[in-house]
Write a protein that binds this ligand. Sequence first.
Ligand SMILES: [Zn+2]
Length: 169
Amino acid sequence: MNWTEERVATLRKLWAEGLSASQIAKQLGGVTRNAVIGKVHRLGLAGRATPSRPAKRPVRPARPRVVSPTAPRLRPAVTAPTVAMPELEPVRFEDGNTASVLTLNESMCKFPIGDPGDVNFAFCGRGSWGGHPYCQDHARLAYQPSQAKKRRAAGAPDELRRMLRMAAG
Ligand SMILES: [Zn+2]
């Protein structure tokens, strides 16, 4: 079998791509693995590092990239808004009234706004959120440990419960 220029070119290319001598022999056809090795030596192509493995290498660098997209999600998105939580105004209805024990219903936020003894006291009245008795903003506020403690110290929840009991009865 002849080493035509074309076959030599193919040999050089495949060898450069990292194929083993037996793989190259198969690609060329009509030539043995030993003949390929012999030709490689004559062409001075030998000395390639780890001839049987380089084909697999390009797969590895991709692995860290698979992990990285999930990392930014760990940002503390929940804690950020609670620091600067604005004092929400109670919702005003079309008649200008705010939610009271009389108008409050199951689908409304029951977060008390203001002093329960004050004439301006009202409930938030926004749509309740995800099965909570509060809207999303107030649910966040209510379940924040430090805020909850403060409110308990002020006695507001007890007063609220008493008022809700009155409304129910
Ligand atoms: Zn609310």
